[in-house]
Design a binder for this molecule. Structure first.
Ligand SMILES: [Zn+2]
Length: 124
């Protein structure tokens, strides 16, 4: 049984907020749905339910560490520094680098355009 599956079972059996597959009958429970790795975590489960199973708590924190390492640390495409983000689509550490990257891309497109123009002239 995987760690997340075991957590899901634990939540189902022991979590006081767990009602019919949902948290307080309201929102779907991330623990039960085993989506902890996508950045959704339940503080109540982690502090009140999980400590009942020490072994599972340990494996769970390893899983969370692995998941957060994968999602939150990124290398900026502009300056090369590592920065933290929850958004996997973000490629730059800030606006400055993002604008810089855009300009660079424009310049490359520009010089390509000029080259095409030149070769067109040569052919003609
Ligand atoms: Zn940067």
């Amino acid at each position: 049984m995987s760690v997340l599956k075991a957590c899901s079972k634990l939540a189902e059996n022991n979590c006081a907020s767990f009602i019919n597959g949902k948290c307080l009958g309201d929102i779907s429970c991330p623990v039960f749905n085993q989506v902890i790795c996508e950045g959704l975590r339940c503080p109540y489960f982690e502090t009140a339910v999980l400590p009942a199973d020490k072994n599972l708590q340990e494996s769970y924190s390893v899983e969370v560490l692995k998941a957060t390492a994968r999602h939150s640390s990124k290398k900026c495409k502009g300056c090369g520094n590592t920065f933290k983000t929850d958004n996997y689509r973000i490629q730059y550490c800030g606006d400055r680098c993002r604008n810089h990257g855009k300009k660079k891309a424009n310049r490359i497109a520009d010089s390509k355009y000029r080259q095409n123009e030149k070769s067109a002239l040569i052919k003609a």
